[in-house]
Design a protein around this ligand. Structure first.
Ligand code: URA
Length: 440
């Protein structure tokens, strides 16, 4: 078999056979197929797509490229959740503790920031001392003792995805349905959970920009999970504006802690409660309404915050920063951004908001590059708010004052003003389950 022929076949729009897909995944993971041929095939897939069964085979090959986590010694139904990535998306930090506080174990492997989107693992590392690399024993013991552990994806979980993702990131082939579906589901299937909730982001800050594409992606991933014997559901949620008001690692952990204490922003709180109740329902804790009640109670009673604190302590984190959020390291440079005109904020180019935060140091400029945990953006106003000219709309935090002008320009360019009050934003557009799609 030759890689050249496989590229040519897909370039011509023909489906690849299971043997050809396996040849590509194995060869690329082992280093036998060079980046330039893999990149050419990814671009051909980007333009020509894949049949559902090809995507399922690709997912399976990627999952089998490494180990599968065995969570069987943790009693109960293990539920995982995965977001396709957004700006200000700190939901895992809030939902994991809520679900665990309701008695459903959460053994979660998460990723680092990617492109304009943030990553849970980078956020957790902004808690001084927090260890995201635990041995298998420590991971399982933490879940058994605390109910929750969040760690980085171990080297050998879907290594094919690790290599392919890094290549997609630099070859403009991220936003392709079969490539996202196989990337997400290969990792999730290898992570060993019994049930998986997918948060498929849609809009200007997401990889999928339209609701129809996002629903199609959600359907494909739910079908793959169900085919592999997992309990599955997906919500298609709004990423046309940042979630909450904080963008950047430590800023987001602080906002997540406030949300767990019951004082979070309305949109973040409502979305986290909805996602948590979906996870509880997947774990068999009851119908959606009673699960929503359980999730609310976990926050109101303080149990969810205590679970987050206990996980941080178990993973070596300095919990004094969670007890007093003022103790988080502060960026040496804080610059207010004023509204250039009066009006309603009617739209935010959310990807640009993520890029502005990255420019301040909250994201990586190159693979494996450093992160400034205290850097990022605190928004004061978002889509739907009225502002007067000169009123502060955001504060930029950074250790690199030289980055401020470009970040400020990017943020201001991302915000559109109107004389008309815009319609309120929806949080959730659709729910996808094996039974079908419910639009909201
Ligand atoms: N998240 C993933 O894990 N993979 C993708 O391809 C996109 C988002």
């Amino acid at each position: 078999m030759r890689m050249y022929d496989i590229i040519l076949k897909k370039r011509g729009g023909q489906p690849l056979s299971p043997e050809e897909i396996a040849f590509f995944v194995d060869g690329y993971t082992k280093g036998d197929i060079p980046d330039y041929q893999a990149a050419a095939l990814l671009m051909a897939i980007y333009f020509k797509g894949m049949k559902d069964w090809e995507t399922a085979v690709l997912t399976d090959c990627m999952m089998r490229s490494g180990d599968t986590a065995d969570l069987s010694e943790i009693p109960g139904v293990k539920v995982d959740k995965h977001s396709t990535g957004g700006v200000g998306d700190k939901t895992s930090l809030v939902i994991g503790p809520i679900v665990a506080a309701c008695g459903v174990p959460v053994a979660k492997m998460s990723g680092r920031g990617l492109g304009h989107t943030g990553g849970t693992i980078d956020k957790l590392e902004s808690i001084p001392g927090f260890r995201v690399e635990l041995s298998r024993r420590e991971f399982l013991d933490t879940v058994k003792r605390v109910g929750l552990s969040i760690i980085g994806q171990s080297e050998n979980i879907a290594p094919a995805d690790k290599k392919l993702y890094a290549l997609r990131d630099v070859t403009a082939t991220v936003d392709s349905l079969p490539l996202i579906a196989s990337s997400v589901m290969s990792k999730k299937l290898a992570s060993g959970a019994d049930a998986i909730l997918l948060d498929v982001k849609t809009g200007s800050g997401a990889f999928m920009k339209t609701q129809e594409d996002s629903i199609a992606l959600a359907k494909a991933m739910v079908a793959i999970g169900q085919h592999n014997g997992k309990r599955m559901a997906a919500l298609v949620t709004n990423m046309d504006l940042p979630l909450g008001y904080a963008i950047g690692n430590a800023l987001e952990v602080k906002e997540a802690a406030e949300t767990l204490r019951g004082h979070g922003p309305a949109d973040l709180t409502a979305l986290c409660l909805q996602l948590a109740s979906e996870m509880l329902a997947l774990a068999g804790k009851g119908d959606p309404e009673s699960c929503m009640g359980l999730a609310r109670q976990a926050v109101e009673s303080g149990r969810a915050f205590e679970t987050f604190r206990a996980m941080a302590a178990a993973q070596g984190g300095d919990v004094s920063v969670l007890d007093d959020l003022e103790k988080f390291a502060k960026a040496p440079c804080a610059v207010q951004v004023a509204a250039p005109q009066e009006g309603w904020i009617c739209r935010m180019q959310t990807e640009q908001c993520g890029i502005a935060s990255m420019l301040l140091g909250a994201g990586r400029k190159s693979k494996g590059g450093p992160i400034d945990y205290s850097a990022g953006i605190r928004l004061y106003k978002k889509t739907g708010d009225f502002v007067r000219a000169g009123e502060p709309i955001a504060c930029l935090f950074t250790s690199r004052p030289g980055a401020v002008p470009e970040a400020k320009e990017a943020l201001l360019a991302a915000i559109c003003f109107s004389k008309e009050q815009p319609a309120p934003e929806k949080l959730v557009y659709a729910r996808i389950a094996p039974e079908g799609v419910t639009r909201m």
